[in-house]
Design a protein around this ligand. Structure first.
Ligand code: C2E
Ligand code: MG
Ligand code: MG
Ligand code: MG
Length: 286
């Protein structure tokens, strides 16, 4: 349209925007197809008790590898599904797959599942989650939902209703990426959570930056006082784990303990890391 001299700049920008929109729409179509084809996968990363390294649960992390596009990060495709209005369908598929996998883990291990902010604005979320669990046969008491502070803020009334209803069914709630985003300590008083996950940004600097260490120490003390469990995210090195152990942090997660891996590899991880797994498996197969 704007081909006249002097407006070239606008033409370039609008072409770029148009290309970007086209790309997003292609990505959206590919993702919708992947959801229908059940091709979006879920991987699992161990969450451990820091003092002895025992695995206590796994976080489910979405993975999507399109044959033409390649692998796309959930940090890209989850927001896309939210914007384009099919996060419900995507999330339901992911929860079903994650819950099915959790059925073959020892019963004492929990499944932690990320909920997107759009889902916390939708009053139908509670039923969707509970009916998915019921269909799969996973006890709601084995599920934890990870939500972010931003998500809780955007739709406080609906979010608190959803949280309360799910907690009444035994589902636990973790506050993810704590310390980043639009944090407010008041949130910890107004909402009922069970667990706080300290953002990786603090953990990655814990042995090199005194300020990060003090912040983590304060978060742990606050959570102890509020009776909240604590998980440190992004533990990459033994030195990080040692420092967190010294600070009395309850749980940890990160590449040092294990990277996210697919379902079968998760079972192999359990064989190597969960003492009672072999005997439990044997008794169930009887
Ligand atoms: P998150 O929930 O905070 O997940 C933790 C992210 O940190 C994951 O990235 C994980 O692979 C990565 N990570 C774990 N340990 C380490 C470590 O030691 N070092 C470093 N550098 N990174 C580590 P991933 O899998 O790319 O996921 C990114 C984000 O996408 C997640 O952040 C979560 O917000 C979102 N996401 C992933 N799966 C789902 C899902 O099924 N549903 C929803 N709604 N969001 C999801
Ligand atoms: Mg998470
Ligand atoms: Mg996180
Ligand atoms: Mg994150």
């Amino acid at each position: 349209r704007s081909k006249r001299r002097g407006r070239g700049q606008i033409t370039v920008y609008s072409r770029e925007i148009a290309q970007e929109m086209k790309r997003a729409t292609q990505l959206e179509q590919a993702l919708r197809n992947a959801v229908i084809a059940d091709a979006v996968d879920v991987h699992f990363q161990p969450i451990v008790r820091i003092h002895d390294g025992a695995v206590v649960g796994f976080e489910a992390l979405a993975r999507w590898m399109d044959p033409d596009i390649g692998s796309v990060s959930p940090a890209v495709f989850v927001p896309l599904a939210e914007e384009r209005g099919f996060i419900d369908a995507l999330s339901e598929t992911l929860l079903r797959k994650a819950a099915e996998a959790a059925l073959s883990w020892p019963r004492e291990l929990f499944l932690s599942f990320n909920l997107s902010s759009a889902q916390l604005m939708d009053p139908g979320t509670t039923d969707t989650i509970l009916s998915t669990l019921a269909r799969v046969g996973l006890d709601p008491r084995r599920l934890e939902l990870e939500i972010t502070e931003t998500a809780v803020m955007t739709s406080a009334d609906t979010a608190s209703r959803i949280i309360a209803d799910l907690r009444n069914h035994g589902v636990r709630i973790s506050l993810d990426d704590f310390g980043t985003g639009q944090s407010s300590l008041g949130r910890l008083r107004d909402f009922t959570f069970d667990k706080v996950k300290i953002d990786r940004a603090f953990i990655s600097q814990i042995t090199t930056d005194r300020a990060s260490e003090h912040i983590v120490k304060a978060i742990i003390a606050m959570c102890d006082g509020l009776n909240l469990a604590v998980v440190a995210e992004g533990i990459e090195q033994k030195a990080d784990a040692d420092k967190l152990k010294q600070l009395g942090c309850g749980m940890g997660q990160g590449y040092y303990y294990g990277r996210p891996v697919d379902g079968p590899a998760t079972l192999r991880y359990l064989h190597d890391h969960f003492r009672e797994f072999m005997s439990i498996e044997r008794s169930e197969n009887r």
